[in-house]
Design a protein around this ligand. Structure first.
Ligand SMILES: NC(=O)c1ccc[n+]([C@@H]2O[C@H](COP(=O)([O-])OP(=O)(O)OC[C@H]3O[C@@H](n4cnc5c(N)ncnc54)[C@H](OP(=O)(O)O)[C@@H]3O)[C@@H](O)[C@H]2O)c1
Length: 329
């Protein structure tokens, strides 16, 4: 079996410095495993964090990054039922999508409907499903299915892929949504969204507005300040990212015993929910893509062989949308 192209991390560090291209062998298939020919993989912030060594206690070197992408089944191991060569699948549950061929246990491969474009299929999992989980957490706090109607909800880093999905989904739930962004170009793009009721620009801050909930991907001082100053008693601060480089400080959390602070990890859900619950969640993600609320804007697609250009684009300050890799070339 010919070798194949892969992005490989053999040491921790700045992703642009330490992720290297390598030719790897295509190992034999163990029983129960499926080989997938990867056709598109996304570059998400959560792919790059482990490369820095931030999760070194649960990462084994060397590894292939990439938690999200789509491909077709190319080989089937003994004992696998329900999948056949040529089936289009999302392989979930572990990194490794930034390579031409990937092996995954059959139970972690999920069918993708044919009507989704290759780009939307490749971005159908991480951000849409995180959005669903965030909405579910908010609803639980605010009393169930109709609990978000009329709630004042702030979304930070609102121009991110998840940010946009949250704006659409929360608006559809009847929430009074405020988008918080850090730059004026993003603000202008968000103001063009028909669903958005309010938009706030400037230095990740929202002045003296008061919210029932803050859904935060920034952390650090901007997140801490929102938690201390802008959250109504009984409200919820739901953190799911730390784009500033650090989470919200414990001092800010301790200063607000009157609100609920929670951190959401998609991986906790995915590794505990079971296959049927994941399938159900994916079906909701696919529907969200079809109606536009969970579709991702695509910035560009690069061959994996030009990974350095793709990573430079990912870090560009004017990037708008997801950067994808085509691992076939
Ligand atoms: N907890 C989980 O399970 C989970 C799952 C998926 C993703 N996440 C997290 O969700 C976040 C967003 O992911 P994504 O894929 O939606 O991101 P994305 O589409 O790549 O967008 C990220 C955007 O966030 C904005 N941003 C970056 N640094 C910022 C800062 N310091 N302050 C304010 N805004 C900043 C930038 O937009 P502008 O240039 O327009 O400001 C940037 O383009 C990431 O932190 C990711 O790790 C968490």
């Amino acid at each position: 079996m010919a070798d194949h192209l892969a992005a490989l991390v053999a040491e921790y560090g700045n992703p642009e410095d330490v992720i290297r291209l390598a030719r790897l062998p295509r190992p034999n298939l163990e029983p129960g495993m499926v080989e997938i020919a990867v056709e598109r993989a996304a570059i998400n912030p959560s792919d790059l964090i482990p490369v820095t060594g931030a999760y070194s206690n649960r990462t084994v070197l060397p590894f292939v990054p990439g938690f999200e992408g789509v491909g077709t089944v190319s080989r089937i191991g003994a004992g696998v039922t329900g999948l056949k060569s040529g089936d289009r699948v999302l392989p979930l549950g572990a990194s490794g999508l930034w390579q031409s061929y990937l092996q995954r246990p059959a139970e972690w491969c999920f069918a993708v409907p044919d009507d989704l474009s290759i780009e939307q299929a490749a971005t159908a999992y991480v951000n849409p499903m995180t959005t669903l989980r965030l909405i579910a957490e908010l609803k639980e706090h605010f009393g169930g299915n109709s609990g978000l109607a009329g709630r004042r909800v702030a979304v930070t880093a609102a121009g991110s892929a998840i940010g946009r999905m949250l704006l659409s989904t929360l608006s559809a739930e009847g929430a009074d949504v405020t988008a918080i962004v850090r730059n004026k170009t993003t603000l202008a793009r968000l103001l063009a969204l028909p669903s958005l009721q309010t938009c706030v620009a400037g230095e990740n801050s929202s002045g003296d507005r008061v919210f029932d909930a803050v859904v935060d991907a920034v952390g650090g001082d901007p997140g801490g300040s929102l938690l201390r100053q802008n959250l109504a008693p009984g409200g919820m601060f739901l953190q799911y990212g730390a784009l500033s480089g650090v989470p919200v400080a414990q001092a800010a959390i301790s200063a607000r015993p009157d609100v609920r602070f929670s951190f959401l990890w998609l991986r906790s859900f995915v590794h505990s929910a079971g296959r049927q619950a994941i399938s159900n969640a994916l079906a909701q993600c696919f529907d969200g893509i079809r109606d536009g609320s969970m579709a991702s804007h695509i910035a560009a697609t690069y061959p994996l062989s030009r990974l350095d250009e793709a990573l430079a684009h990912q870090n560009a300050p004017d990037r708008y949308g997801k950067v994808l890799l085509d691992p076939r070339c």
